[in-house]
Design a protein around this ligand. Sequence first.
Ligand code: GN1
Ligand code: MG
Length: 360
Amino acid sequence: MKNIAAQFEINGEIADITPLKIGHINDSYIVHAKNANDPSYFLQKINANIFKDVAGLQQNIQLVTDHLRKKLADKGVSDLDRKVLRLIPTKDGKLFYQTADDDYWRMYVYIQNTHGYDAITPELAYKAGVAFGDFQDMLSDIDKTHLIETIPDFHNMEFRLQQFRDAVEDNKAGRLAKTQQIVAEIEKRADEMCRPQQLFREGRLVKRINHCDTKVNNMLFDENDEPTCIVDLDTVMPGFVLSDFGDFMRTAANTGAEDDANLDNIGVDMEIFEAYTKGYLRKATFLTPVELDNLAFGAKLLSYMQTVRFFTDYLNGDTYYKIQYPEHNLQRTLAQLRLLQSQEAHFDTMRQIVQKYSGR
Ligand code: GN1
Ligand code: MG
């Protein structure tokens, strides 16, 4: 591992390298500096089965972080290496290192004295809403010429349903018989959940540059619990704002965990929902009436999408997401479905909250 880290342009000597248990896709490590004055680094093995174009992915991250850094510098913000991720190039000037076995690695500056949350308070949710609203705003004028879709059709619900139906058809892991009820729950909502794609085709819903993975733990907070940096930029790409609003709600405005073993823990946390909406809408003044109209729906959509994605992986025999135990993807599916049902029960109130803060 030290040999991998040594391929990058790092300052100082390495003390040790420790694995971090975060994320369902890539493998992450902290490279600790021997000398306290030297920076530590964040090293990741990129999952190239999922990110097929690693060069394009890394180029995206470089373009996005350069753009964000420039925006913040123009606003007079200091300490930029704490506010925006900084990629460390390899010693031969590349944005990633490819091993002889075709593993792909990348490195960032490690941002010291920050922490993330899997569960947050309304006060922090409000701040996170402001920060994610700002993030979309800052990216709204990025030059898209060289940006790729790092995972094509990533949040396209029609495409995800197609993958799900293929998985049902193939039943590769022989898990279908005992899960017919879930199939029915997914199918009965399919038309409703594809509505954004329809609105897009009709020219009524726009695409903007989104983060596309606004899980609550992808925001780092500093010692004073102020949002410092938005991380995990693998999926920054054009999409519907409903995705970013919805994915935060899916992960933060849930009284239970994404994979909660006790489904009774799960439900919408309306205080978090309201606080985030208030913060987000304070910044996201660029939203069109159609986007505002569908924002609360975005929360349902992302819980549904994640139900479909976890379940598809379960049917396929767990080839996409890392799992901690054999039926993990089934548990995740059931937990996301339960959250969706709770969101459906609270939907009118969720819509009223969006309306209240949208100034209409
Ligand atoms: C994956 O690796 P992580 O946890 O940041 C996934 C997201 C899902 C999420 C579900 C590239 O993100 O789309 O919403 O798991 N990322 C990719 O928790 O598929
Ligand atoms: Mg991610």
